[in-house]
Design a protein around this ligand. Sequence first.
Ligand SMILES: Nc1ncnc2c1ncn2[C@@H]1O[C@H](COP(=O)(O)OP(=O)(O)OP(=O)(O)O)[C@@H](O)[C@H]1O
Ligand SMILES: [Mg+2]
Length: 267
Amino acid sequence: MGKVIACVNEKGGVAKTTTIKNLSIGVAMKGYKVLVIDLDPSAGLTRSLDLLPPGVEGSICGVLRFCIECEDIPEGFGIVHNVEGIDAITSSRELHDYESKLAAAYRREDMLRRYISTIKDKYDFIFLDCPAGLGIFVDNALFAADDIIIPTEANFLDIEAMQNLFAKINMVRKQNGTGCKPAVSGIVFTSVRLSTRNNRLLMEKLRQDYKTANIFKAYIPLNSKIPESDLAKESIFAYEKNCTAALNYMNLVDEFLEMETEEVVTD
Ligand SMILES: Nc1ncnc2c1ncn2[C@@H]1O[C@H](COP(=O)(O)OP(=O)(O)OP(=O)(O)O)[C@@H](O)[C@H]1O
Ligand SMILES: [Mg+2]
């Protein structure tokens, strides 16, 4: 049964999409069966991997339309395959229209979870790329997710601002009756400038202050190869597998998988 991992942060531009793109492909490179779902109307993940959507209807919009209308979804509907080894459900800007459609729907936060439950056994991991903010798509992702990954830049204000997200996660845990799901897999520091003493000290202090929140040991340095890989519409591993960003994203993949494997053993 696949595990659902949502990548969430209320703040924009903190490398949510970059992290989902490289983590999901890195996990697929290790032999796992992976699906990514682009839940962002700006469709950054779809565009940065050149995932050709089979029209708006074949994107996440079509999936949500079936869900809202309580119709059965044909097997494999909307799933495209990427050359780097992952399956994906694409997004498109028409997803904006689904904010109000979802808001008016019965059990609106639960649409995505119910859909994912029909395909969960086909994958080892299903990764969800969320838009910034804490709107209806993020609600759906939190209700569907087993675990959450939170990318952030290493600064106090951003971490303090995560209180809204943690409050929301707690609310979802109460509403779904589990008290513990979704779990927070961890916070990952992105766009780190280790050459700056300030950034190094800050990361150390945040690790001390937020011991219980699980901050991944792996961190992602600021590296121009990342936007270049977006332009090339590839993962960082396909674009330049030996650059520092690729090596650090692979460290994240290893740490993530180690944690997931441990969980399976101790569960
Ligand atoms: N480690 C990095 N080094 C340099 N640039 C980076 C790094 N990580 C991400 N970027 C760049 O930062 C920009 C924002 O990244 P990304 O789109 O992943 O953020 P996001 O959190 O998904 O944003 P949004 O909230 O808009 O969805 C992109 O142009 C990306 O290429
Ligand atoms: Mg994004």
